[in-house]
Ligand binder design. Structure first.
Ligand SMILES: Nc1ncnc2c1ncn2[C@@H]1O[C@H](COP(=O)(O)OP(=O)(O)OP(=O)(O)O)[C@@H](O)[C@H]1O
Length: 564
């Protein structure tokens, strides 16, 4: 079972309380500067520090927890204990400083005396105006931007801001914004920055050259500065970035890296870039010096992950720049691997941001319809999804007509892209763009099943259907296996086994053993060929849960749908 992110942080905290000199690879560490996390850089050694740091309470890492006390700046410090770790050499700050300062006290810069941070602004090292004055900006025509309509969707979207001063960013970051001569935020920045700072996931579509890079970099940098207490494991060669920015090309990665280094200058947050087509050794050396934000192309990142030189275990922010382009360029397998198959924390434990100038409609409207058996089950699943960061709503027989209509509107508009429904309420719904139907509870009747999966893969589009099967669904095994066979899909061995057991015992489903499906021949009406489903998981000992997979479907031209 996957260990939770909070657990792994707490574990790593206790594992890593050893002094720097007792690391696994002392010689390696002595030959290169030891990595120092942002919160310990530029701190004077303190005699007040305990010999070992306390383990981090898991709650401290929950992003809900970092909103800070109401009515004051989040950065004002408060009574949060100092989790500074002595093992990192320069020492943490005294607890009293934590209580008094927050990160407005950060004098900025990387760890003093170890590595000098190159000034990414050239020789002009920092005569910065103390206010966001009317300086020259970098060529963005803000007059033209004022008229650009901005649409937002989602629940309780945090309000946009008009000025950088309104945003609760760190002073060191504000200084860099002034150094960049950004006077005011662009529309995408006005809207996206408060959303990301509020801990929300985001998909943002804004035209080229509209300042998307800063829109995701500012909140990531300020978030990392804020999480001063985050403890990271220390492998001899593995690094644990806190943020990952994926981009499709070497050029874009380098550009993001250059920009991010400016924004992060003297904040203590270190940005490293890794891309393919260039020797890996130099990039490895750079990574070994420590990394908070990793900007990478997918292929090179997979390479680094497979070599165990990078771990995603501590990722709090995942930004995909030009996400659609990455898919177009065939990076989907790598992205899936990075996001789903490595050690990346699941949604809810990390923030995910998708940025692009273009998002095909299919990407923006991928609605998921989940079928459950009971009204109670619908409510509790909806609640679970919402609590875990998946916007969901529900329709079932206990909801008023008005509530059902509202839920449907919210689903169709993409505000709540997951709809949990009981069978009765969902019959006959014609909702475009349903990309995925999940049979969380399988129905007892194959007709109902066919109706349900017919909500996706409509009008010639492909669709995905996922079913969770357990021994209580035994009576459906034979019909499901037959149905899949008819649709030329591979029938998993475990389902075949269930099917034969069900036939021996006679089966309860009225269609079992019938060979052909009685009543209505859905196949002749084009239904079977347009649906694709896959039953994963499960085993002969029973009770397994399905795993989503497999896209497909589509039906021949001119074939009418039974439900359209
Ligand atoms: N608030 C701002 N004020 C002035 N200039 C800005 C501001 N934000 C960004 N810029 C500048 O605008 C230019 C375009 O920004 P950026 O490259 O982030 O755009 P983008 O939306 O990512 O573009 P693309 O989609 O082409 O990658 C950059 O030179 C950047 O420094």
């Amino acid at each position: 079972m996957r260990t939770s992110w909070a657990d792994s942080v707490a574990n790593s905290a206790s594992e890593n309380a050893a002094p720097a000199s007792s690391g696994n690879n002392g010689s390696l560490r002595s030959s290169r500067p030891a990595y120092v996390p942002p919160h310990l850089r530029n701190r004077t050694p303190s005699a007040d520090l305990p010999a070992s740091s306390p383990a981090v309470p898991s709650q401290a890492n929950d992003r809900v927890g970092y909103a800070g006390p109401a009515g004051g700046s989040r950065w004002a410090g408060g009574s949060r204990p100092d989790y500074g770790r002595p093992g990192y050499g320069s020492g943490g700050r005294p607890a009293a400083a934590a209580a008094a300062g927050g990160w407005n006290n950060r004098s900025g810069g990387w760890e003093r005396g170890r590595e000098r941070e190159v000034n990414p602004f050239g020789n002009d090292d920092g005569e910065v105006d103390s206010t966001f004055g009317e300086q020259e900006n970098t060529g963005i025509n803000f007059d033209a931007y004022e008229d650009i309509p901005v649409e937002t969707s989602g629940e309780n979207v945090p309000p946009s801001v008009n000025t950088f001063a309104e945003i609760d960013l760190a002073e060191a970051l504000n200084q860099n914004i002034r150094r960049c001569k950004y006077v005011k935020p662009t529309p995408v920045q006005r809207n996206a920055i408060p959303i990301i700072l509020a801990g929300r996931d985001l998909m943002a579509c804004a035209q080229t050259g509209s300042g998307k890079t800063a829109a995701f970099c500012f909140p990531i940098i300020s978030g990392i500065m804020r999480e001063q207490y985050v403890q990271r494991p220390r492998g001899p060669r593995t690094v644990y970035p806190l943020a990952l920015i994926l981009s499709p090309t070497r050029e874009l990665s380098c550009q993001i890296h250059d920009e991010a280094r400016k924004f992060a200058y003297q904040t203590g947050v270190k940005v490293v870039v890794a891309y393919g087509g260039a020797p890996i050794n130099q990039q490895l050396r750079e990574l070994e010096r420590g990394v908070d934000i990793l900007v990478a192309t997918p292929g090179r990142l997979v390479d680094l992950l497979e070599r165990a030189r990078v771990s995603l275990q501590m990722i709090r922010y995942l930004a995909l720049d030009e996400a659609d382009r990455m898919l177009d360029m065939g990076f989907e397998p790598q992205i899936r691997k990075i996001v789903e198959q490595m050690d990346m924390p699941p949604p809810g434990r990390r923030q995910t941001m998708l940025f692009s100038a273009t998002f095909p409609k299919e990407i923006q409207q991928s609605l998921t319809l989940v079928f459950v058996e009971t009204k109670k089950g619908a409510d509790s699943l909806e609640n679970w999804l919402c609590v875990n960061g998946f916007p969901a709503t529900t329709i079932h027989g206990d909801r008023t007509q008005q509530e059902r209509e509202m839920a449907l509107r919210s689903f169709k508009s993409g505000k709540t892209p997951i709809l949990v429904a009981t069978d009765v309420a969902a019959r006959g719904l014609d909702i475009p763009h349903v990309a995925h139907v999940v049979n969380f509870d399988l129905p007892n009747d194959i007709d109902d099943y066919v109706h349900r999966i017919g909500r996706t893969g409509r009008a010639g589009k492909s669709g995905l259907a996922t079913a969770f099967f357990n021994e209580n669904n035994m009576s459906m095994a034979r019909s499901l296996a037959d149905l899949m066979q008819e649709a030329n899909q591979e029938v998993p061995a475990w389902l075949t086994r269930y099917a034969s057991r069900a036939s021996y015992s006679g089966g309860k489903n009225r269609r079992t053993g019938g060979g052909r499906f009685g009543g209505r021949d859905f196949r002749r009406e084009g239904s079977f060929t347009r649906v694709t489903d896959y039953y994963g998981g499960g085993n002969s000992s029973g009770g397994g849960y399905g795993v989503p997979a497999s896209y497909g479907g589509g039906y021949g031209p001119g074939v009418a749908s039974a439900w359209d």
